[in-house]
Ligand binder design. Sequence first.
Ligand code: PLP
Length: 376
Amino acid sequence: MKKIQMVDLITQYENIKSDVDTAIQEILSKAQFINGPYVKQFQSDMEEYLGVKHVIPCANGTDALQIALMSLDLQPGDEVITPSFTYIATTEVIALLRLKPVFVDVNEDDFCMDVEHLKKVITSKTKAIVPVHLYGQAANMEEIMKIADEKGIKVIEDNAQAIGCDYKFSDGTIRKTGTIGHIGATSFFPSKNLGCYGDGGAIFTNDDELAAKMRMIANHGQSERYYHDVVGCNSRLDSIQAAVLVIKLKKLDEYIAARNKVAEYYDNELSKIPGIRVPERTPQSNHVFHQYTLQLEGVDRDGLHKFLAEKDVPSMIYYPVPGHKQKMFASFGLSDSDLPVTDTLTEKVLSLPIHTEMEQEQLVFICEAIKEFVGK
Ligand SMILES: *Cc1c(COP(=O)(O)O)cnc(C)c1O
């Protein structure tokens, strides 16, 4: 049996090797490393795939979030609401820009922003909300947009884990996550569902004015060459990454289907085991399974993690320390945030290997190992 990995990027590469090698070779031979034709092509392919007016490629997902926030002309101390139960980048950029992070709890069933709690933490200083579509399933965007629009608050979707996810509104309309808020931000880190071979990211919006501004911010605040209107940053997607993404975007729906097949197998094998809660599906979106995350109740989570590791089966805890308990925010007065679901989830979650190239015998092996541990 092939070694089990959280993500198998080598086998995935082998399956698209000739296309990737040809494209990279072409870039090398033309020395079009920055702003070459592949960057333009990826931008328009992505706009078409998402059904969004503007895609702005940038250097990584953290930059995408930062540029999005920078475009909103916020003042130091303005409040930005985001879940504590997410990857650190989301909150870090808020703090970096001298804005005030305010944490909202998540739902136990879909791991995304709890809308009732959101209503309670909004104040007159709230200027933006950053929902995260954690693990590949959408937050309740319809409700979040309703709340935000009523109060004139901007919404930036952190779509780093849910690219390709379809959100369904109550009237039946379907839109891709990342294109519902005023701005969407995503990452093409290699292990994401649409990953390149280095760092990469992108920002999405349907707003022409915001798009122009964010393009300018990502390029040293430049309006025309050597004329700099605002303080920006330097954040580009390079040509090699764009070429990889052009090739992989064509396969994204196939990749999502492969991840769902793995999830279905896990569901069937694990859902009946007492103490193991398999990921629930929300009615408002499909699941693109960036992670397949169990909740363990009455089963020793850390013991299972170790037991699997001894059998060469990796598993991960995303995330062991929530934002409000991170040292980096010690001076932000966030440590006593009242986030009961977040606090218990960090003790209960365990993510299993899931990727586009998983083999049946690997899945059997993983599930047998879990059953062996639980039966002990
Ligand atoms: C990966 C990730 C990011 C950051 O993306 P980078 O490309 O690594 O900067 C931000 N938010 C979430 C939820 C992520 O999973």
